[in-house]
Design a protein around this ligand. Structure first.
Ligand code: FES
Ligand code: FES
Length: 179
């Protein structure tokens, strides 16, 4: 077995990535230019560089859904995408959700209200991801039954086990009467 480390002559070395680059993100309707390493995830860009800490880091590798945000209206795990890949996108976090519906600051999104009314959280750590995911779910238009909600929200884990009330809250907003 050849265990020798491959080396390049100085004039044939691949270019190294710059540690810092300029990335323009549009988050909650506001454009911001960040100077970040090109491998910075969208999650870290939001939390560490924009102080949008409503988006939570649970597993950091696509397993828990705590980091869910909306990109052009679709729900994604922000820990699984690089910030630089979302330069032309409209990103919505839990902080901007109310404004996207009401057009002005101050009012809560109907899902935020429903989560409060149905007591759909305990520690609240998963809640921003649950709510953003539920908005994405509604945008997808695939839900016909309560079982669909359970299935299509299964990527969002709640360690407190508030699932029953989370489903009730989403069901309420969707005006879903089926069992
Ligand atoms: S932090 Fe992204 S899925 Fe868990
Ligand atoms: S409310 Fe605690 S993890 Fe969901």
């Amino acid at each position: 077995m050849n265990s020798a480390v491959e080396t390049y002559p100085p004039d044939q070395r691949p270019p190294s990535l710059p540690p810092i680059q300029s990335v323009k993100l549009t988050v909650n309707g506001k454009e911001t230019e960040l100077k970040i390493a090109p491998w910075t995830t969208l999650l870290d860009a939001l939390r560490e560089y924009m102080d949008l800490t409503g988006t939570k880091k649970g597993c950091d590798h696509g397993q828990c859904g705590a980091c869910t945000v909306l990109v052009n209206g679709k729900r994604i795990n922000s820990c699984l995408t690089l910030a630089v890949m979302q330069e032309d996108a409209q990103i919505t976090t839990i902080e901007g959700l109310a404004d996207t519906v009401n057009g002005s600051a101050g009012g809560l999104h109907p899902l935020q209200k429903a989560f409060i009314e149905h007591d759909a959280f305990q520690c609240g750590y998963c809640t921003p991801g649950q709510i953003c995911s539920a908005v994405g779910l509604m945008n997808e238009g695939k839900v016909r039954t309560t079982a669909d909600i359970r299935e299509l929200m299964s990527g969002n884990i709640c360690r407190c086990g508030a699932y029953t009330n989370i489903v009730d809250a989403i069901e309420d907003v969707m005006n879903l009467k089926t069992a």
